[in-house]
Design a protein around this ligand. Sequence first.
Ligand code: ADP
Length: 338
Amino acid sequence: MARAAPGSAARPQTAAMPPQREAPSPDGPPLEIRGLTKRYGAAVVVAGVDITLRRGECFTLLGPNGAGKTTTLRCALGLSAPSSGTIRLAGLPVPARAREARMRVGIVPQIDNLDPDFTCAENLLVYGRYFGLRDAEIAARIPELLAFAGLEGRRDDRIQTLSGGMKRRLTLARALVNRPDLLVLDEPTTGLDPQARHLIWERLKQLIRAGTTVLLTTHFMDEAERLADRVAILDAGRILTEGSPRELIARHIEPQVVEVFGDWGDGDAGHGTPAWAAAHASRYARRHEVSGETAFCYVEDAAPLLAHLAQQPGLRYLHRPADLEDVFLKLTGRELRD
Ligand code: ADP
């Protein structure tokens, strides 16, 4: 016997019907967060976050460690109670009706929680039952899910025989077992090697193209730049800025960056890249930052700076377009976060 989906039990038919409950909404925003605050004791780890997801987009919460990304997701899914604010997931109020709302959502947690004693197929089966799906229905879907994960040949293999990348792909496929409207992923590629990351990105792009709404957290700029329609940069529990990667670059940063490093010496001005930057950078760059032995020069037009650098034989440089990492570092600073 298949288990009933939590919250789907038939209500008794009585003369005095209770007021109509809201049904999960297929049309409204998949997720709406207003003024979300989360405190642990005296620490405010999420401080007034607003997010409204648009159907079919990939929305990325980008932030350094400890910014409050996971906490925001956990509150959005009803896995952690907000201190204040309102949340609607699949059109339903959270945490009040979180269990029901989560039936429309696929979740890829930060740490794989596949059952190590089960095979790949058994993991999908057990997870599907949680959504009230019948065994036959899940069994019919398993080949498709394993193919999506690139694990066709591993159907009957136990989880402990899989690589980290395979586990991640299976966790992603598992999250699709209920054909979710919204897929939520917490740092989906942390700990994976470049090949495994690229494969996950390809799969996510495939899902986004097919119209799945995706909400993900990451601290990888390249991940956000590749996947996101919209990015919100979160730090110390607050959203600092929000927009498409291109909009954020145009809004916050000069279009070109010249990273200068190497040997430089001048009898009067001193030695090293910091000394070069102190003596010359502001003449050529609208803004510059020195980090260790590298000077990051942000410019509208790099030609005058490049002409100057050509006359400095000890210095080397990298000239590139500005990217999301430049925005991120400008807004969140360069200090280490643990
Ligand atoms: P991120 O996902 O951006 O790395 P988190 O949401 O995990 O950040 O954490 C935000 C902050 O909240 C961190 O300073 C973390 O130590 C703190 N935090 C998270 N969970 C708890 C908890 N259960 N109790 C106390 N502090 C917590």
